[in-house]
Design a binder for this molecule. Structure first.
Ligand SMILES: NC(=O)C1=CN([C@@H]2O[C@H](COP(=O)(O)OP(=O)(O)OC[C@H]3O[C@@H](n4cnc5c(N)ncnc54)[C@H](OP(=O)(O)O)[C@@H]3O)[C@@H](O)[C@H]2O)C=CC1
Ligand SMILES: CC(=O)N[C@@H](CCC(=O)OP(=O)(O)O)C(=O)O
Length: 315
């Protein structure tokens, strides 16, 4: 009988790690190996476990993720394949960008890659909206893009969750107003933009769920498209996609509808008469924005079927 692949989640006790663990625990096609909690921050213990598994998932702060990638590389022939959930390697050309829907051949690239960098939650939505427009020539690569977004507080990991759940955080706030959010470089690179986009995230007092939105003046795009043309372009691009779909425009949109799934909905709202549109992406920041996406990538890399929804949501 073929050996069942083994996976070690480095950072298993964190927000992203726990959710990946829950999703992987129900899969018969792989086996999760856990580290002794007393040694979970010990580099030698982590490296020893890495040497015994086929794949390691890094659910760590950036510096610790960089350290783990070095620990894995030191193993040479015994190095496991890696999925990194942190920001550390998302614009590194030696790592495959873990967004299978990025281009028609990206899923195959991920399946063959030794090292995969899981995308940031906000860029996942923005790139899926923007890249098809840039590739089609409708949006010039130097277009002055603005991306607005709202996230549930789980996006900030254990520390932010504790602040919100203790009632010490505001109901809603904008942040990243110095315009230097850590997601801008990967958003720009993988959307195919030559001009740095403006990105304004916000966080509100609900646990999880995200909306990314991008306003457009249609007369500034090539060919002066109507909202329906943009919608048709996105529909054609994601036809047949298991997780990404194009939904009808709506007057209102709330961020929690896709929680605990790996689904992502794109919409083109707008008015032909006004020559204006707003593109939106709705998804779970912990699902397609993090753990669901990581499990999707693990399935591609190990060539096994996976359940990307949380077990509680999969019934
Ligand atoms: N939350 C989200 O929506 C998303 C998060 N990510 C990324 O995933 C990664 C993890 O984030 P998240 O799960 O939110 O963060 P958390 O703070 O919830 O979890 C991080 C975990 O890593 C542990 N840890 C810290 N340093 C080390 C170390 N040196 N060795 C081993 N373990 C260590 C922490 O332990 P302790 O708490 O004891 O320090 C904690 O258990 C980050 O890079 C984040 O940017 C990516 C996409 C979305
Ligand atoms: C609400 C909140 O604080 N969100 C986080 C992003 C969460 C995330 O996805 O970041 P990574 O994928 O890069 O780890 C932030 O803005 O820093």
């Amino acid at each position: 009988m073929a050996k069942i692949p083994t996976v070690f989640i480095d950072g298993e006790a964190g927000t992203t790690g726990l959710q990946i663990r829950e999703r992987l625990a129900i899969l018969p096609a792989l086996s999760v190996r856990s580290i002794d909690p007393a040694h979970r921050k010990d580099p030698a213990a982590r490296q020893a476990l890495m040497a015994e598994v086929d794949l390691v998932v890094l659910c760590l702060p950036d510096d610790a993720a960089k350290e783990s990638a070095v620990l894995a590389a030191e193993l040479g022939d015994r190095a496991p394949r890696i999925v990194d959930a942190s920001t550390a390697h998302r614009v590194d050309p030696d790592w495959a960008y873990g967004l299978p829907e990025l281009t028609p051949d990206q899923a195959a690239r991920i399946a063959a890659a030794p090292r995969v960098s899981n995308p940031g939650c906000y860029p996942t939505g923005a790139i899926l909206l923007l890249r098809p427009l840039v590739e089609a020539g409708v949006m010039p690569a130097d277009y002055p893009v603005t991306v607005n977004a709202v996230s549930g507080y789980s996006g900030g990991g254990n520390a932010m969750i504790a602040e919100y759940e203790a009632g010490r955080a505001p109901d809603f706030e904008l942040y990243g107003l110095a315009l230097n959010h850590k997601h801008v470089p990967e958003l720009q690179l993988h959307a195919g933009l030559t001009r740095r986009p403006i990105f304004i995230p916000s966080v509100a007092d609900y646990r999880q769920g995200m909306i990314v939105s991008i306003p457009l003046h249609l007369d500034t795009l090539a060919g002066r498209p109507k909202p329906a043309d943009l919608e048709a372009l996105l529909r054609a691009r994601y036809a047949g996609s298991e997780y990404v779909s194009v939904a009808p425009a709506s007057a209102k949109l709330e961020p929690e509808a896709l929680n605990n799934t790996n689904l992502l909905e794109l919409r083109v709202h707008g008015s032909e008469a006004l020559g204006q549109a707003v593109l939106t992406a709705r998804f779970d920041n912990l699902g397609k924005g993090a753990s669901g996406a990581a499990v999707q990538n693990i399935g591609l890399m190990l060539g096994i079927p996976v359940e990307t929804r949380l077990p509680a949501a999969a019934e």
